[in-house]
Design a binder for this molecule. Structure first.
Ligand SMILES: [Zn+2]
Length: 213
């Protein structure tokens, strides 16, 4: 298995390449920026991109998705409840002072319970609204791995003060969907260091004491 996570762009969004060296297939999660770097890496690893998976439609996560699609032909997956975020791309770009990236409607949705990823490394979609209305996490049960987008961070949670954010909803998403996962599940958040479900259950100050088990 090839699994490489590295921060891209001015907001340092964690982009992940997951590949199967047996089949030569790969997926990329959250290609927010630095698309030529991501494409070069795929080429160097000899991987063919099959899916572009986007945890939510904030610019730092989706900004490069269309460029990567044009380079590789891989379809873009996004939960449809984040389509309104695409209409806000110019405003999102202005917030961080970058040119507005070209975006397009996704080729496929990411619905709760849907299975995406590679045949050898499937991921189940967990619908976790709150940071945005279309935010999802990807659970790779065979890998004990959760790609958390901007829903859960090490010691923190996603901001809910942007359009589509809902603070009660993000807490409910984390408590009902993410804390249901085994403690040993490794969590790769959309920004910052990796953590585990167990560590967040015990120490995340944003989660209520009733989460402690
Ligand atoms: Zn975000």
């Amino acid at each position: 298995m090839i699994c490489e996570t590295f921060p891209v762009g001015p907001l340092q969004c964690n982009c992940t390449i997951l590949g199967d060296e047996q089949t030569g297939e790969a997926i990329v999660i959250d290609p927010g920026d630095e698309i030529s770097r991501i494409h070069r890496r795929l080429t160097a690893l000899g991987l063919t991109l099959k899916q572009i998976l986007v945890t939510h439609a904030h610019i730092d996560h989706i900004g490069g998705a269309l460029r990567l699609k044009r380079l590789t032909g891989a379809p873009i997956f996004l939960n449809e409840n984040d389509l309104p975020q695409l209409d806000l791309m110019q405003m999102q770009a202005a917030w961080i002072g970058v040119p507005t990236p070209e975006t397009a409607p996704p080729d496929e949705t990411l619905a709760d319970g849907q299975v995406v990823g590679l045949p050898s490394y499937p991921a189940q979609v967990l619908y976790t609204p709150g940071h945005t209305q279309g935010s999802i996490c990807l659970h790779f049960a065979r890998l004990n791995l959760l790609i958390a987008g901007d829903t859960l961070f090490a010691g923190s949670i996603g901001r809910t003060d942007l359009p589509g954010g809902d603070s009660a909803q993000i807490i409910d998403s984390i408590e009902s969907r993410l804390l249901a996962l085994p403690d040993e599940t490794r969590v790769l958040p959309g920004h910052g260091p990796a953590t585990t479900i167990g560590a967040e259950r015990r120490t995340n100050p944003w989660l209520t004491p009733s989460d402690l088990k």
